[in-house]
Design a binder for this molecule. Structure first.
Ligand code: SF4
Ligand code: SF4
Length: 226
């Protein structure tokens, strides 16, 4: 079995739900010697999504952060595994990928790695969407110089005529425009309106993740037997 299949199986054995490979040459300027990316998708457990529906936001965030901890562990173990094969690697954990919190800039957006790997697309909600779990996913990644067989990048929305997230948004922050990789995030969502609402809700111990929980494909995932 090739090194590439081995790393995919290894990451899945640690709990990754989906793993893909992307050419990110030149996109992460600090890491030009690591031109390949491994995108890691972790599904959010159904019980965690139920907490949003029950408006138990404190428990929801505690549960969500456990998923982020799991992603961190998978990325760092993946980095070690690749290094042991004689290649270089850098696990892009959440902490390592936050290079400018004020401007919300990262070394390389997880969504870029994931769409370029062909694992899903950006939904109307500006969230990353997978066919299997909708937008109920958390993303991670690893940069490496290990040769990888890249997936086919997804460059256009596959949301079709669905508008569930747009209809569910309490403050109309989601624009009718569907994503393609030539657009900016501000073309599809008014992030300031969304952020203002979330901050307001947060003050009352609540939150808003309706575009994730009400996504048509998240709903289909919730109904699936696993
Ligand atoms: S998080 Fe809430 S306010 Fe923001 S876009 Fe989604 S549904 Fe709208
Ligand atoms: S609810 Fe529909 S339009 Fe919104 S992200 Fe999900 S599939 Fe796309």
């Amino acid at each position: 079995m090739s090194e590439m299949n081995n790393i995919k199986d290894y990451l899945k054995s640690l709990g990754a739900s989906k793993v893909g490979f992307a050419d990110v040459n030149g996109l992460a300027s600090e890491f030009i010697d690591l031109p390949n990316a491994i995108s890691i998708v972790l599904k959010i457990p159904k019980e965690t999504i139920q907490l949003v529906k029950d408006e138990s936001y404190e428990e929801y965030w505690a549960s969500f952060h456990k998923q982020i901890d799991k992603l961190t562990e998978i990325s760092l173990k993946g980095e070690e595994y690749i290094k042991n094969l004689g290649h270089n690697a850098f696990g892009l954990t959440m902490t390592r990928n936050e290079c400018d919190m004020k401007k919300l800039l990262s070394i390389l957006p997880y969504k870029t790695m994931a769409t370029k790997s062909g694992l899903g697309w950006i939904g109307r909600s500006a969230l990353f969407v997978t066919p299997e779990y909708g937008s109920a996913v958390a993303l991670g990644g690893i940069l490496t110089d290990m040769p990888l067989d890249f997936g086919t990048p997804i460059t256009d929305s596959e949301c079709d005529d669905c508008t569930n997230c747009q209809d569910a948004c309490p403050v109309d922050a989601i624009n009718p425009q569907k994503w393609n990789d030539r657009l900016n995030r501000s073309d599809i969502i008014d992030i300031e309106v969304c952020a203002e609402y979330i901050i307001d809700q947060y003050k009352s111990g609540l939150g808003c993740t309706k575009c994730m929980s009400e996504c048509k494909l998240t709903q289909e995932y919730l109904k699936k037997e696993e």
